[in-house]
Design a protein around this ligand. Structure first.
Ligand code: AMP
Length: 307
């Protein structure tokens, strides 16, 4: 089994109602691989950074079982930079700045050993670059999962639609699902998105949980009601990392098993929001994760006798 992720590795500046940081490492591929590596190793990471990116962070990924052979380090260039500010409800945020820097001329290259992944995560990235990765595959993976964001729906919608025809599952937040489909009802939105290509759709609703759609089946996983939510940045990618990582570790992509994967993804997202970026994921243990999943199960367990 192998997991391959393509996405950004970045510097982020984040402001939430609880704190502010001018620089924390982030990016969709970084958050995803930190999360997925708790379930399955290796995670092959394909991305690009400038030589300003801390070598210690790359070395740490290696120690976690993340293979960074596909991470290009460009001398004399600056890493991708993103800055965002959360509103008081923490469910919505404004992008303050996006500097593509090294991403501007990035051409993802899959070394031959990386062209046959079993699980492929197309993390949030320029859609044309996600497509370049799909074009280099030597065979069809067991599962291709794709993420995107409002920016790409605004400026590269046609490319997003092309990719949707080629993937098995798309992960979006509620706002993105509505923007993509033009439907307000998330049930109708998921139906419309499934007609665009992917067989399965996951819609994340921040602190209100996540929904998994397949044919006429719907499954709902709540988000844990946490006392402290510090910074939601990266929660979506950590969710995807737990979701795909769990599927890879259990070698089962059935709808039934995806229900469990949704819970594991939600558990990883719940850790992520406790600190800036995905810093909280640097110090987790298997016991922490099992304990959190147990809390989820207790939250949703109910015995009702229908008379
Ligand atoms: P999430 O909170 O899960 O949406 O992911 C946040 C991460 O996405 C941050 O760490 C950013 O570095 C990264 N990001 C922000 N904007 C973009 C973009 N336009 N393309 C790719 N990654 C981005």
């Amino acid at each position: 089994m192998s997991i391959l992720v393509v996405g950004t590795v970045a510097f982020d500046a984040i402001e939430t109602p609880f704190g502010k940081t001018d620089q924390v490492v982030g990016g969709s591929a970084l958050h995803f691989s930190r999360s997925a590596s708790y379930f399955h190793k290796p995670v092959y990471l394909v991305s690009v950074v400038g030589d300003d990116f801390p070598k210690g962070v790359i070395d740490d990924l290696g120690r976690r079982g993340v293979d960074t052979t596909g991470l290009q380090v460009k001398a004399g260039q600056k890493s991708f930079f993103w800055s965002g500010k959360y509103r008081t409800d923490l469910n919505s945020r404004d992008t303050l700045d996006t500097q593509l820097n090294v991403l501007e001329h990035f051409e993802p290259y899959l070394p031959p050993a990386l062209r046959k992944p079993d699980y492929l995560m197309l993390g949030n990235l320029v859609p044309a670059l996600q497509k370049q990765v799909l074009d280099q595959l030597a065979h069809k993976p067991r599962l291709v999962v794709m993420d995107t964001m409002n920016l790409w729906l605004d400026i590269a919608r046609a490319d997003v639609l092309t990719n949707l025809k080629l993937v098995d599952l798309v992960v979006l937040n509620d706002e993105e699902a509505r923007q993509l489909s033009g439907e307000y009802s998330l049930v109708k939105a998921a139906q419309a998105i499934r007609r665009m290509g992917p067989d399965r759709v996951v819609i994340k609703k921040g602190e209100h949980g996540a929904l998994l759609f397949h044919k006429d089946d719907i499954f709902f996983a709540p988000a844990l009601p946490l006392e402290e939510v510090f910074d939601p940045t990266g929660a979506g990618d950590c969710f995807a990392g737990g979701f795909v990582g769990y599927l890879a570790s259990s070698r089962d992509v059935s709808f039934e098993n995806m229900k469990s994967a949704l819970i594991y993804g939600s558990a990883m997202a719940s850790f992520c929001v406790e600190q800036f970026g995905s810093e909280r994921l640097l110090s987790l243990t298997g016991k922490d994760i099992r304990g959190r999943v147990k809390q989820f199960l207790e939250l949703i367990q109910i015995d009702i006798e229908l008379g």
